[in-house]
Structure formats: structure tokens, C-alpha cells
Design a protein around this ligand. Structure first.
Ligand code: HAM
Length: 430
């Protein structure tokens, strides 16, 4: 057995790592609501679930996200495993989905594949409100499509999901990053421009500049940097007609689906794989880290993994940030609206009550009991706390009469019910 961590004879409690959190209570309930709603909505949009490993070869992420990105350079949990293979905890879901698409030959068997996923991601960022080291994403990807309608469909799916979980007050920012070639030309123009304004940039941006990560500077939240950037060149100036037309079609499709968005010519994503359409969804409840979801098209990624020349588009939303937006939307809903709490007085009644509890659960009815106390008063207090709709009271008198008292916790009314066929009687109520 490991010895307890001891400091001058005091046993120190063990704590979670910084930036890692336990999820329980209301948060866990909202979390489940988000996941079950996502499953329902994504299935309606034709996506099927995929679960990829949490641990992958480190090279996968370096190749997909870009070896010079902040995520790969500074934030990845990478290490050598026992066989000296360089591995990393996944910082995002897209790279693994693209690997799985090719490894399982979906490019040949399916052509177009539509996947959704949910699970933990890891980034060793400086922890702050809304920025965790282990966080959860729900994402959706369409692989094997070049259609602008797929971009609009992806954004529509995200919008429908947000509405369904009661998060209405969001804003969608949209931009067109063009092709890799167009982005390269733009990156050179930005480089030239920033050369003359380098001294004004924040330390992070100076470091991005040194690492030739010029486009990432456009995404800096520092007001001084933003001022410099606003006066610089914009990508739309260098886009070809083909790229502009593509973006116009995406916007027309979004208009057709009645989705509101704002164009933001400086929206740049922190990962290198993006081409053409990119988007970010922000919410006023989120403060400085205000993106609840983000995504876009990544037309070069499948090919760069050795697959066919095929386009792809997707998004991921941060579940912890989503929950911050959902609070309020669900908090007042009674959680156990149609359920029973069984209160028993005396040994024999307790035994009978336990039998009833087991039978109700066996039949799929939500029911609970407090085993830790014997007094009527404290059991009724537990019934209250459980937010059950009904209390079933079983004392020695009731046991003799082969009956129970059913109390409606909403209005306090009571009635006596026979123990015979009780389950059938109760099932009618829920
Ligand atoms: P991302 O913008 O890096 O994109 O992350 C998507 C969302 O994950 C963010 O908008 C945010 O809500 C959440 N998130 C990211 N980092 C953290 C963190 N440290 N703490 C809490 N939440 C966080 C991607 O990951 C892309 N794979 C999205 C995508 C899918 N693009 C195409 N397909």
C-alpha cells in the first residue's frame, strides 16, 4: 500500500491537478442533458457516433494542427510511453476522426462520412475561467465533401443543438480564409505589415512573430494588438473569385436556413488545418474566453494524411463553456418530477418497503429511499430533498391493513392505496 502523503505528521488531502475538475450534481445533470440532446440532434442531421482513442501518436496532432501552433508547441500533454513511442493525450477530436476515416477505409466504402463524437480533450494551458487543462468537447465532422451546403448544414446543426439546450443568446462569427495558397499570400502581406508595427505587439504576439505564426496574431485579444491589426490588410482583398463565390454560396445557404451570422474579416483559428469557411460561436455569459464552439472547413487534411483529395468540414463545442451558458435555462426544472420516495416505519415495514423499492425499479419506475435513518421526520425531509413527486408511507398500521399512504408532495394531499396491485396503480401516475 502507498504511504499517505505526510507533512510534519499531518496527512495531506489529495487534490485534482490544476485545471482538472470533478463533475457532479447539477453540472453532471446538465452535462448529460447536453450529450443526450447532441445525440438526438446530430442523428437527425445524419451523423453517426464515433469514439476514437484519447491517446494517439504525437505526430498525428503535429501533422494535423501544425507543428508551429500554440496547441502543439506549448499545450500538448506528450510523453514517451513504456515502448518509447512518442504519444500525446488528444488536444482536440478532428485529427483522430480523420485518421480513423482513412484507417478504416471509409473514404472507399462510404465516400461521404458524417461522424459526431464527445469526450475529454487535454491542453496544458494557463488555467483561468473557461480555460481548463482537461475539458470536454462535443463535435461533428463531415468528411469527403466539397459542397458549400455541407458548411451551412454543419453550422445549422450546431445552431439547432444550441437552441435545443436552451442557449439562445449566441452570436456566430464567420470568415473566409481561402485556400492554403491564398492564405500564404495573405500571411506574407501581414508579415510585411507587422514588421513596421512589431514594437507595439504584446509579448505573446512578438513570440508568434518570431515563430513565423503571423496569422495567429490576428486572433490576439489584447486591445493594442487588435488596434494594429484592424488597420492592416484583410484577407478578402487577396481572395480569388472562385473562393469568394464559394463563400457567397455558404452565406446564401445559411440565409436560406434563417441562420444569423456576422462576418468578421479578422477571424482566424488557432489550428493550421483550416481553409475557406471558418466560424466561431460566442456567448455573452462567457467573459474573456467567449467561444462556446468553433470550426470550419479543412480541405487539405485528408490528403495530407495520405488519403484522397477530399474536402471536410466540422465543429467542436466546449461542454464546460456550454454549461455556463445553459445555467438558468434548466436550473428551475424539477429533476425528479415523476418519482417516488418510500418512507417506512419499523423493521417489518422497512423490509416490505425495500421489496417495493426493488420492484418499482425493476419495472423502470424512478424510486428512492433513505436507509440511513429511522425517524419519520427525517425520512420526510429526505423525500423533500429528493424532489420526488410522491412519498409512499408504510408504517406498522399500514402493514397490518396491507396498504400504503400515498402523499402528493406538490399539494400535500394523501390517499390510502392497497398493497395488492400497488405497482400497477403507481405506474399509472408516472
Ligand atoms: P477549438 O477552437 O480549439 O477547435 O476548440 C473548440 C471549442 O472547445 C472552443 O470553442 C471551446 O469552447 C472549447 N475549448 C478549447 N480549449 C478549451 C480549454 N482549454 N478549456 C475549455 N474549453 C476549451 C477545435 O478543437 C477543432 N477541432 C474544432 C473543429 C472540428 N474544427 C473542425 N472540426
Amino acid at each position: 500500500m502507498c504511504p499517505p502523503i505526510c507533512l510534519k505528521g499531518v496527512i495531506m488531502p489529495l487534490q485534482c491537478l490544476t485545471g482538472f475538475h470533478d463533475i457532479y450534481g447539477d453540472k453532471a445533470r446538465l452535462f448529460n442533458k447536453a450529450e443526450s440532446t447532441a445525440r438526438e440532434v446530430f442523428r437527425n442531421f445524419g451523423f453517426e457516433e464515433i469514439k476514437t482513442p484519447i491517446l494517439e501518436k504525437k505526430e498525428l496532432f503535429a501533422r494535423a494542427l501544425g507543428s508551429e501552433t500554440d496547441v502543439v508547441q506549448k499545450e500538448m500533454y506528450g510523453f514517451l510511453d513504456r515502448s518509447k513511442v512518442s504519444v500525446a493525450l488528444r488536444p482536440e477530436g478532428t485529427a483522430g476522426v480523420v485518421r480513423a476515416y482513412l484507417e478504416n477505409n471509409f473514404d472507399k466504402t462510404k465516400g461521404l462520412a458524417k461522424f459526431y463524437y464527445m469526450g475529454p480533450m487535454f491542453r496544458s494551458e494557463r488555467p483561468q475561467a473557461g480555460r481548463l487543462r482537461q475539458f470536454h468537447q462535443i463535435g461533428a465532422e463531415q468528411l469527403g465533401t466539397d459542397s458549400p451546403y455541407a458548411d451551412a448544414e454543419t453550422i445549422h446543426c450546431l445552431a439547432v443543438f444550441l437552441e435545443r439546450v436552451g442557449v439562445g443568446d449566441y452570436k456566430i462569427k464567420l470568415n473566409n480564409l481561402g485556400t492554403f495558397e491564398e492564405r500564404d499570400i495573405y500571411s506574407k502581406a501581414i508579415h510585411q505589415y507587422l514588421m513596421d508595427h512589431h514594437d507595439l505587439l504584446c509579448e505573446d504576439c512578438k513570440s508568434r512573430y518570431r515563430r513565423k505564426n503571423f496569422l495567429r496574431i490576428l486572433d490576439c485579444k489584447n486591445e493594442v494588438c487588435r488596434n494594429v491589426i484592424r488597420k492592416g490588410p484583410v484577407i478578402s482583398d487577396i481572395l480569388t473569385t472562385k473562393s469568394r463565390d464559394y463563400f457567397t454560396q455558404v452565406k446564401m445557404a445559411l440565409d436560406g436556413a434563417h441562420i444569423k451570422y456576422n462576418e468578421d474579416p479578422f477571424l482566424i483559428r488557432g489550428l493550421d488545418y483550416y481553409t475557406k469557411t471558418v466560424f466561431e460561436v460566442t456567448h455573452p455569459k462567457l467573459g474573456a474566453q467567449d467561444a462556446v464552439a468553433a470550426g470550419g472547413r479543412y480541405d487539405g487534411l485528408i490528403e495530407s494524411f495520405g488519403g484522397p483529395k477530399a474536402g471536410a468540414v466540422g465543429f467542436a463545442l466546449g461542454v464546460e463553456r456550454l454549461l455556463m451558458c445553459m445555467v438558468g435555462a434548466y436550473c428551475n426544472t424539477p429533476l425528479h418530477e415523476n418519482s417516488f420516495f418510500i418512507v417506512a416505519l419499523g423493521e417489518a415495514a422497512f423490509r416490505e418497503a425495500f421489496k417495493l423499492l426493488s420492484e418499482l425499479r425493476q419495472k423502470g419506475v424512478k424510486a428512492s429511499m433513505d436507509f440511513s435513518t429511522k425517524s419519520m421526520k427525517s425520512q420526510m425531509r429526505s423525500a423533500d430533498k429528493s424532489q420526488s413527486r410522491y412519498a409512499i408511507i408504510l408504517g406498522e398500521d399500514e402493514l397490518k391493513k396491507k396498504s400504503v399512504v400515498l402523499k402528493d408532495m406538490r399539494d400535500g394531499s394523501q390517499k390510502e392505496l392497497s398493497l395488492d396491485n400497488l405497482i400497477t396503480t403507481l405506474k399509472v401516475l408516472v
